[in-house]
Design a protein around this ligand. Structure first.
Ligand code: ADP
Ligand code: ZN
Ligand code: ZN
Length: 709
């Protein structure tokens, strides 16, 4: 039985019970002075009792009306805890909705009553429901005729085991493949359940809308951190009881209890948001693969720019790759549909993706933000009544405010970072610790009143564009409408949806935003996308930076020309000081395979993932020295372990932003050619780390398969 709030690797605790409880049962148990939620992990009393000192304690009660969690669910949690080096209790309880822990038994009973009432009415096993889902699946008025590429992918998925990697261009109709496969599954088995994951909460409403339209809202529930706790409990119970046939969610949904799970879809599988960045640092994508294997459920990963891990898994024959290279409605698409397909057409086929326009910023006047040709192209769009999207991955007005007379800069007193200038409310805000105050009237250091913004964020870019486009003309002669979409503009509940609706309705001519706007959205009127400042990732010390940049730019390009009628003149603009970088050559041809080949060759040389395996040991302390001392001592400990010769331990280094909220951060990279050997090493190492009781160390953590290094 796991216990909450302890992060050590301690195993389950034992309790006495008069009742014979099935493993997976939810119970209430005393822990110290409190009573907490527990899960019966195993019932082999003898063995369990030997393990724990608290075996004299009795269970306080059983959570009535909630079926035990399945063996598969417990195996998944057990695997996740082991693989990501966390305690079972921590992972198990984090995987359950918070209210399951917090509600009093009487409150819980009421919730259950409410949850089961509508649920019984739609329990899939009942005949009228069976009829509903079959009817829904075999005509359904709201489903579309599949393209040849979609039909071939769906056919393949139906007949094979997978896991599958759906390598589909942006706009090739991947969502329709998910809908179709889920529909076929639900029609074939009246109990079957499907889990569909997206990387970001922002993208869930759109996916919800498609699934509600296809399956009816009663069969679909969502699970993500943007929901209230009562909503989460309700969704969780519906899935756990089998009433909800489809769960849509973000990474946390990978742990949803689904007794009849038969399919898992991971959309935009390359997206870094699938990796949890605190607590148990799990990858929901990787756990989806494991869970699929465990439950015999088909796993479908989808992306236009797959992670190099998944790409390699295809090359090694572990996953099956399904290609959908053409956009719905493109010339390639219609030729392939048989309209005019012949050998000659084959030579002129294009996938319908926008053309890349690279601007060499070395040839532009100094301090140019938007080059003249890019500006002209945007004006052209405005004159035609089309939309443009300009993105810059930095919110706020300017990343730094500086004094022109002395050395003062808007440093955060608590972090090794600058506070960002937000002009809208004249504040200086730290994006790392949240510390904020008003912009000073004069330099706090020398009293000079001439303090000025340095660099630019989306707020300033919006302002700049408004100046540059002041005289541009819309088709009816009216002024240009510019809107901004980033974490600031969408902070209020519902703001994102209403802003998206404005864009869809054509009420915006130029949309400025952070990478938030580049993902997933099915914009129909955008014919130009521009990345104004993308260079920094080219020379990052993180070996995954090029992979992320390529994915970002391809995703962004994917927002342009989604309406087939406009695809031919849609463009992706990139301003760069390094236009000859090989990344852009591959991007120009939309050639992900070429990019992957080049990146993988480099990684193989260096023994980097997916050719080697990594973990990080991270330490937070009051001083950088203390953090690094802990890591050095841990490294010395490691030398004594069996198998230590198989792993490489690198010297400790401070994190990129080494101090956040007055905490100094350091990390140490661990590499190994074998995943299994790395796992064995980490398990042997952990007790030694726990045994260190350095007072100056606030916390430490192991990150397995880290994404940000
Ligand atoms: P992706 O996720 O691959 O970028 P989407 O799933 O957003 O692409 O599909 C792009 C657009 O094509 C959407 O507007 C979708 O409704 C439309 N679409 C998808 N499949 C079909 C089809 N078979 N026939 C007509 N339109 C389709
Ligand atoms: Zn000054
Ligand atoms: Zn700060």
């Amino acid at each position: 039985m796991p216990t909450p709030n302890h992060s050590s690797v301690r195993g389950p605790l034992s309790y006495r019970s008069e009742l014979a409880l099935a493993p997976g049962s939810l119970v209430r148990v005393p822990l110290g002075k409190r009573e907490v939620l527990g899960i019966v992990w195993d019932a082999q009393a003898g063995e369990a009792q030997e393990r724990a000192a608290s075996s004299d304690k009795s269970l306080a009660g059983v959570l009535e009306g909630v079926a035990p969690l399945s063996n598969n669910w417990r195996t998944l949690v057990d695997f996740a805890a082991r693989y990501y080096q966390r305690s079972l209790g921590e992972v198990a309880l984090a995987a359950l909705p918070p209210q399951l822990r917090d509600l009093k038994p009487a409150q819980m009973a009421r919730r259950l009553q409410r949850a089961t009432r509508p649920a019984t009415a739609s329990t899939p096993a009942r005949p009228e429901n069976q009829a509903f889902s079959v009817a829904n699946a075999t005509n359904a008025t709201n489903s579309v005729a599949l393209s040849a590429e979609q039909a071939s992918a769906c056919g393949h998925i139906a007949q094979n085991k997978g896991p599958f990697l759906l390598f589909g261009a942006t706009g090739s109709g991947k969502t329709e493949v998910y809908l179709h496969c889920v529909q076929a599954l639900l029609a074939a088995d009246p109990q079957a359940q499907a889990l569909v994951m997206v990387p970001e909460i922002n993208l869930t409403p759109q996916l919800e809308a498609s699934f509600h339209a296809r399956f009816g809202a009663a069969q679909v529930v969502s699970l993500h951190s943007g929901m209230t706790n009562p909503q989460r409990l309700k969704s969780w119970l519906a899935a756990h009881q089998g009433a909800a046939r489809i769960v849509l969610g973000t990474r946390m949904a990978v742990f949803a209890s689904m007794p009849h799970l038969q399919m898992i879809v991971v959309d935009e599988e390359h997206d870094p948001s699938y990796k949890q960045q605190e607590g148990a640092r799990y990858s929901a994508r990787d756990l989806a693969i494991y869970r699929g294997h465990l439950e015999g459920a088909k796993v479908l990963l989808g992306s236009a720019t797959p992670s190099l891990e998944s790409w390699t898994a295809c090359e090694r024959g572990r996953y099956q790759r399904l290609d959908m290279p053409s956009r719905i409605g493109s010339a390639a698409h219609s030729a392939q549909q048989g309209a005019s397909s012949d050998a000659q057409a084959g030579a002129t086929l294009h996938s319908g993706l926008p053309k890349l326009r690279l601007v060499d910023m070395n040839l532009q006047p100094p301090k140019t933000v938007l080059s003249a040709p890019l500006l002209a192209a945007i004006e052209q769009r405005i004159a035609r009544g089309e939309q443009s999207l300009v993105f810059l991955n930095r919110r706020g007005y300017a990343p730094v405010l500086a004094c022109n007379a002395c050395e003062w800069k808007s440093e955060c007193p608590h972090c090794s970072a600058y506070r960002v200038f937000h002009k809208i409310d004249r504040s200086l805000r730290c994006h790392h610790c949240g510390f904020a105050d008003r912009v000073p009237r004069a330099c706090p250091s020398c009293g000079n009143v001439d303090i000025a913004p340095v660099g630019r964020g989306t707020e300033r870019l919006e302002e700049h564009l408004a100046e540059l486009l002041a005289r541009a003309q819309r088709p009816d002669g009216s002024p240009v409408r510019i809107a901004r979409m980033d974490a600031d503009s969408t902070r209020l509940q519902g703001a994102l949806q209403s802003q998206l609706a404005q864009v869809h309705a054509g009420e915006v001519d130029v949309l400025v935003g952070t990478q938030m706007v580049t993902k997933g959205h099915d914009f129909r009127r955008i014919t130009l996308v521009a990345a104004v400042q993308a260079d920094s990732a080219l020379f990052s010390s993180d070996f995954r930076a090029p992979e992320r940049l390529f994915a970002l730019l391809m995703q962004a390009a994917g927002r342009a020309g989604r309406d087939a009628a406009q695809a031919a003149h849609s463009e992706m603009w990139v301003q760069s000081f390094h236009p000859l970088h090989p990344l852009f050559a591959a991007l120009k041809k939309h050639d992900y395979p070429a990019f992957a080949r080049q990146q993988l060759a480099e990684r193989e040389q260096a023994g980097l993932p997916p050719y080697g395996f990594q973990a990080l040991l991270r330490a937070d302390a009051r001083s950088q020295e203390a953090a690094q001392d802990f890591l050095k001592a841990a490294s010395a400990d490691a030398q004594t372990l069996p198998g230590a010769e198989l792993v490489s331990l690198y010297p400790p280094v401070p994190l990129g932003i080494q101090r956040v909220a007055n905490v100094e951060r350091a990390q140490m990279l661990v590499e190994c050619a074998s995943r299994a050997a790395l796992q064995r090493f980490l398990w042997a190492w952990q007790p030694l780390l726990w045994a260190r009781k350095d007072k100056a160390v606030i916390r430490w953590a192991i990150d397995v398969d880290p994404l940000l290094i």
